[in-house]
Design a protein around this ligand. Structure first.
Ligand SMILES: NC(=O)C1=CN([C@@H]2O[C@H](COP(=O)(O)OP(=O)(O)OC[C@H]3O[C@@H](n4cnc5c(N)ncnc54)[C@H](OP(=O)(O)O)[C@@H]3O)[C@@H](O)[C@H]2O)C=CC1
Ligand SMILES: O=C(O)CCC(=O)C(=O)O
Length: 488
């Protein structure tokens, strides 16, 4: 008799209850470290399930919006405490389901908890301004009201932090939520929702429906009772979501791709720059929208930087993120692995020189996972595909330039504008960079990734719908301003 336990099945969470989809269908969520391991089964939901969740959220909104902000905040504090107790378990599930290493998963879960606490506190902060009226007998001020029902469509690369940095501000400002997490990481999402359930949110305030993006994600974007849609993911899907929301007059917010550059100036601390390039480009297997992808180096230090970078990249251990010795886990899914491999081939075909990696690891123990070795290309021209398109994998493209002006020009010569960094010791270099770089996040002597939850986050150009998430900026999306004029 087999003693192997079947992986658990996770349900939708609708109107305060865990329920199976009307479809009767489930999908296996597998481990990218070993395709033969199933982490859990998740619901493949229908439009009918989604509608039930949206109607529950609409009904619950009536009472939720009437609560004091501090009372809503209490629920978020409780969710944070529930999650803190389960930090290790949730992080381990994330690593098994998505592939990032356990320390990264723990860091992300801790960040989710901190985001919940940050927005819990927002319930006590001001939501308007008094504005002097031209009528001396009148009182004029602004206040803010929630949108209503908010649809959250989240990706697999930050399965805890992204849903939370969308749901927590939505909730604190008085909206109710329907979450559609990426199907790849729906087990981790279910565990996040379990923490909200433990916090005792009223029925219908928080809902989760798992299923295909084309059915549940698109369904949310098109649903007439969903008042706001917040999305993080690919450019292509983001634009579709935005168009669907716009077509029916709903508010939307899109965070999409990046093609983030790091500039290494001739006066940089090269050891620091190497460290930041590796951490920014290769942690999470390069699957961050803020990941470093283009490494633009001044010719005076190009060879020295390249050698130092290679020395470090060669020592990276690729393996199962649950194993302590692994520095870099697998790609999150097979599609992503194939995308990365095809970009590597394109790089070779277009004439870039493959300096390191570019293949699957030859360790037989990794054959069932979606692993790729950390990859460095030399002699990359700014017009090459690997210097223009988001790869979302552990691939660094080295580009040589003579001057800082040239570096910034090349850094800006892409469709995206999410994050960018420079390593330099010169004030005039860093001032030019801050002034001229077209990116929503510019960082000096620090890697391109690394978002702080209390600061606005979002991109320029094709990277976003030009709104900002996180910090106090979140209030702009999740509320509408009401201008009040009172005369006795
Ligand atoms: N900016 C970022 O942080 C991210 C960027 N990406 C980029 O996107 C590429 C593809 O990744 P992928 O996972 O396919 O990203 P997607 O944009 O397809 O997925 C993001 C979210 O959108 C959902 N979705 C998919 N199709 C639709 C639709 N028609 N309408 C509404 N929602 C939908 C997905 O659901 P489901 O998972 O169920 O399909 C998921 O929840 C990556 O290679 C990377 O370049 C990916 C993830 C995050
Ligand atoms: O760099 C980060 O911490 C955030 C990255 C992010 O938002 C994303 O990849 O979607």
């Amino acid at each position: 008799m087999s003693t192997a336990l079947k992986a658990p099945t996770y349900l939708n969470y609708i109107n305060g209850e865990w329920s199976a989809s009307a479809s009767g269908e489930t999908a296996a969520s597998i481990s990218p470290a070993n395709r033969n391991e199933t982490v859990g089964y998740v619901q493949v939901s229908t439009a009918q399930d989604l509608d039930h969740a949206v109607q529950s959220a609409k009904q619950a909104h009536k009472a939720w919006r009437k609560l004091a902000g501090s009372a809503r905040g209490d629920f978020l504090y409780k969710a944070a405490s529930a999650m803190e107790k389960r930090l290790d378990e949730i992080a381990e599930t994330m690593t098994r389901e998505m592939g990032k290493t356990l320390p990264e998963a723990k860091g992300e879960t801790a960040r989710g908890i901190a985001i919940l606490r940050y927005y819990a506190g927002e319930g006590m902060r001001k939501i308007g301004d008094v504005i002097p009226s031209t009528d001396s007998e009148a009182l004029m001020f602004t206040t803010r009201v929630p949108l209503g029902v908010v649809g959250v469509i989240s990706p697999w690369n930050f399965p805890v932090a992204i849903p939370i940095w969308k749901m927590a501000p939505a909730l604190i400002y008085g909206n109710t939520v329907v979450l559609k997490p990426a199907q790849e990481t729906a087990v981790t999402a279910a565990k996040v929702i379990e923490c909200f359930v433990e916090a005792g949110f009223p029925a219908g305030v928080v809902n989760m429906v798992t299923g295909k993006g084309s059915v549940i994600g698109q369904g949310l974007a098109e649903h007439p009772d969903v008042n706001g849609i917040t999305f993080t993911g690919s450019n292509q899907v983001g634009k579709q979501v935005g168009q669907a929301a716009l077509a029916r007059g709903a508010k939307y917010q899109l965070e999409m791709g990046g093609k983030n550059p790091v500039i290494i100036a001739a006066d940089a601390d090269l050891d620091l720059a190497v460290e930041g390039t590796i951490s920014g480009g290769l942690r999470s297997t390069g699957q961050k929208c803020t990941a470093t992808s283009r490494v633009i180096v001044q010719s005076a230090v190009y060879d020295e930087f390249k050698q130092k970078l290679l020395d470090k990249v060669q020592s990276i251990t690729v393996g199962d993120g649950l194993q302590g010795e692994s520095w870099m886990g697998p790609c999150a899914n097979e599609n992503q692995l194939q995308t990365v491999m095809s970009y590597i081939q394109k790089g070779i075909d277009e004439g870039a020189e493959l300096l390191h990696g570019g293949n699957r690891p030859d360790d037989a123990g990794l054959a069932d996972g979606f692993y790729v070795t950390p990859t460095v290309f030399d002699n990359v021209k700014p017009s090459m595909t690997i210097a223009q398109e988001e790869i979302f994998g552990p691939v660094l493209a080295l580009i040589k330039v003579d001057t800082l002006e040239q570096a910034i020009e090349i850094a800006n010569d892409v469709d995206f504008g999410l994050s960018a960094s420079i390593y330099t010791s010169s004030i005039s270099n860093l001032l030019s960079f801050i002034e001229d770089m077209e990116a929503g996040l510019v960082r000096v002597n620090a890697e391109t990734a690394g978002v702080e939850l209390q600061a606005p986050f979002g991109g320029m150009k094709q990277s976003s719908s030009h709104s900002r998430e996180q910090g106090q900026a979140a209030i702009e999306f999740f509320t509408s301003i009401k201008t009040v004029f009172v005369k006795s």
